[in-house]
Design a protein around this ligand. Structure first.
Ligand SMILES: [Zn+2]
Ligand SMILES: [Zn+2]
Length: 213
């Protein structure tokens, strides 16, 4: 567990959980103590422990992959809060979601405003959550590369998602992905610029690394 952001308007905690060490993020509004959980990879007890003293409002899902949903049923039943996901990823969840999220939606957690960005490519319903200069990016962007894609069309789609919705955000935006450590958009825009200045196999997909693919 680590508090990765703490200021007068937001606290963000990161927990690496479950068999794949997937990140859960807990966003808390310090003024109202309202909180939101992003992804539910496993070990619900650890998430519940960290939510103590806060008033959880919802569980936001970046996408539906199994390494992000392991404790979703248990969390939902213990917290009794709505589970929100993009409709294109709703089908493979272990439960029926309560709320569909679309690009541009605003979610309020106390005084925290979260903007929903639909960034398909890794999955059709992949979402990123932006609040102030913090981006919870799911498996859409990592330090050094995009999330995994399983076809050239999906790779083109994730690049389109990144260039149209993510790389247009300010350089100082901090990126908190679904696995591993954080990065900044300044670094990732630089990496991507180098990638896009070179020719690439039109069949490129999979685990792409901007500087070596
Ligand atoms: Zn994934
Ligand atoms: Zn993942």
């Amino acid at each position: 567990m680590a508090v990765v952001v703490k200021n007068e308007s937001i606290r963000i905690e990161k927990l690496e959980l479950g068999p794949f060490g997937t990140n859960t993020y807990i966003l808390t509004c310090p003024k109202t103590s309202m909180s939101a959980v992003v992804d539910a990879p496993g070990e619900a007890d650890k998430i519940l422990e960290r939510l103590k003293g806060t008033n959880p409002k919802c569980i936001l899902m970046t996408h539906n992959h199994m390494d992000h949903v392991g404790s979703l049923l248990e969390l939902k039943s213990k917290l009794s809060v709505p589970v929100a996901v993009h409709s294109a990823d709703a089908g493979n969840l272990p439960l029926e979601p309560d709320q569909n999220l679309s690009d541009g939606d605003l979610v309020s957690i106390g005084e925290i405003q979260i903007t929903v960005l639909h960034t398909p490519g890794h999955t059709p319903g992949s979402l990123c959550f932006l609040t102030g200069s913090y981006l919870i990016s799911g498996d859409t962007i990592f330090p050094g590369g995009p999330g995994k894609t399983w076809s050239p069309a999906a790779f083109k789609q994730i690049v389109e998602s990144l260039t149209s919705k993510i790389f247009v955000l300010p350089d100082e935006t901090e990126v908190y992905p679904g696995h591993g450590g954080a990065t900044t958009l300044k670094k990732e825009k630089q990496n991507f610029d180098i990638f896009s200045s070179k020719p690439h196999d039109p069949k490129l997909c999979g685990d792409v690394v901007w500087l070596s693919s």
